[in-house]
Design a protein around this ligand. Structure first.
Ligand SMILES: C[S@@+](CC[C@H](N)C(=O)[O-])C[C@H]1O[C@@H](n2cnc3c(N)ncnc32)[C@H](O)[C@@H]1O
Length: 236
């Protein structure tokens, strides 16, 4: 759902892509390669490529998509192929999380170098905190440029079931729910299903489970910067 918060996140990603790509041009405008980790339905992936095309006369694009959900991957492929006015080559790694990427798959991806950049919008927080460095190191073997967009909050520092965790989670969930309620064009049913399937479901998994079993592992921006630096990236 295109809520205000999501739209502002998306605008931030596109601004980052614009600034980055002006600084670091592609090796070629024929068919540069980019990786999108967790593209979801591909709507943002398409926007990213359209943004790049406003800056460079791209004749084609090679998209490597790493996505655990088969349903999302199918939507992403369909959307990228239908909505981009250029030649689109897609290398899908379906049913695949970044943590699950094998050495063989990683080596196969290295064959596609140079990889202009890797985008990861709202996907890397699913990786447990202690595995983040290892997985960013994996990405550093593929490209020196990684654009990460995440929620700036540190859940993993808060003890399981602690009042601070309960407060933080309710505060964030309230903000997200308010954002959905403020969306004028969505039906009551859509709002309800979005709140139940995403925000309440996430809050429940965080509050009910011990850290190892949670699926949300948010970190603060400064922690992301530290981990990225340890993984070999130069942080800007
Ligand atoms: C909130 S959606 C973000 C979609 C899109 N990137 C955007 O910003 O609009 C998160 C996506 O990340 C995928 N995902 C979840 N865990 C992942 C992981 N460990 N590695 C790669 N992708 C993951 C989900 O299946 C989902 O498609």
């Amino acid at each position: 759902m295109q809520t205000e918060i999501y739209q502002s996140i998306r605008a931030g990603v596109l601004e980052a892509v614009k600034n980055f790509s002006k600084e670091i041009p592609p090796h070629s405008v024929d068919e540069p390669t980019i990786i999108d980790i967790g593209p979801g339905n591909g709507i943002l992936t398409v926007e990213i490529v359209k943004q790049l095309r406003q800056i460079y006369p791209l004749r084609g694009i090679h998209l490597i998509l790493i996505e655990p959900s088969e349903e999302m991957m199918a939507l992403a492929i369909q959307h990228c192929q239908a909505s981009l006015p250029m030649q689109v080559k897609i290398t899908p790694l379906c049913n695949c999380t970044l943590q699950g990427l094998t050495i063989t798959e990683q080596k196969a991806l290295q064959e596609y170098q140079p990889i202009w950049f890797i985008n990861a919008s709202l996907s890397l927080h699913h990786i447990p905190t202690e595995l983040k460095r290892l997985n960013l190191e994996k990405l550093n073997t593929l490209s020196t440029s990684l654009l990460v967009t995440e929620i700036d909050d540190n859940l993993d520092e808060l003890e399981d079931g602690s009042p601070e965790l309960i407060y933080t989670m309710s505060d964030i969930t309230n903000r997200f729910i308010q954002d959905v309620l403020n969306t004028s064009y969505a039906s009551v049913q859509d709002k309800k299903s979005c709140i139940y399937s995403f925000f309440l479901a996430d809050a429940i998994t965080v509050l009910k489970n011990i850290q190892e079993l949670r699926v949300e592992h948010w970190m603060s921006i400064s922690q992301w910067q530290k981990v990225a630096q340890l993984a070999g990236f130069q942080v800007l």
